[in-house]
Design a protein around this ligand. Sequence first.
Ligand code: C5P
Length: 250
Amino acid sequence: MNNALLLEKKQQFIVIVPAAGIGKRMLASCPKQYLTINNKTILNHTVNRLLSHKNIAKVILAISDNDDYFSQTTLVDNPNIIRVSGGKERVDSVLSGLQAVNDAKWILVHDAARPCITHNDIDKLIEQCFANNSGGILAAPVVDTMKRACQINAHENINETMKVSETIDRSSLWHAFTPQMFKVNELKQAIEQAQKKGLVITDEASAVEQLGLPCLLVSGRRDNIKITRPEDLVLAEFYLNQQKLEQIKG
Ligand code: C5P
């Protein structure tokens, strides 16, 4: 067994789960994390998957102060969940979670809206980050041809608002997933600096990158989708049921 694996077996981690978004693109009557799949909220699926992993001890959940739904879930009494106030943007929710962390060297961050995360992918991420003593993220290479879009000029008389400006070389492009794993002090510093500079931060890695720190791309399963649009809910249900058949832990 290699050192990374030995270390990983003993180590217990905390995962911050930002869950304070409203999920506007889902067009639902409640925040998307409270939509249900197989009679369980998406948030329940996600948190249960994390807390049932052998190396995850606690989940810090960033929930909006205006949230009327969380108190109705079975998560509310779970002693391994620490609730913190979510912020205006995802990055504010993550920072709020980081402020509740004391005494941990590493932290993982995982979207509430990614219930199909597997234990095997979490293992891979932790092992790679430990083996390289570096932060990292689960990700997957882009498979579609990628286009840059630009606005159509008024005089062009086409019934769409966007058109192709160019095709981008996809050979070095990856989709960034979560969990993302970093050293606590580095992530905190990276987010605070990025916020000072007014940079747009859509994931933890984008903050860490601008500090010039390395971030590993750890190849993950493509079924680790982020439920974003209505059609994603059906897909997530399919993947969760399929994973059950494959006896993937959840
Ligand atoms: O909206 P999107 O899917 O990109 O959000 C990603 C994650 O960030 C979701 O789990 C969402 O609940 C969370 N989030 C948050 N606080 C916000 C906005 C989003 O915790 N202000």
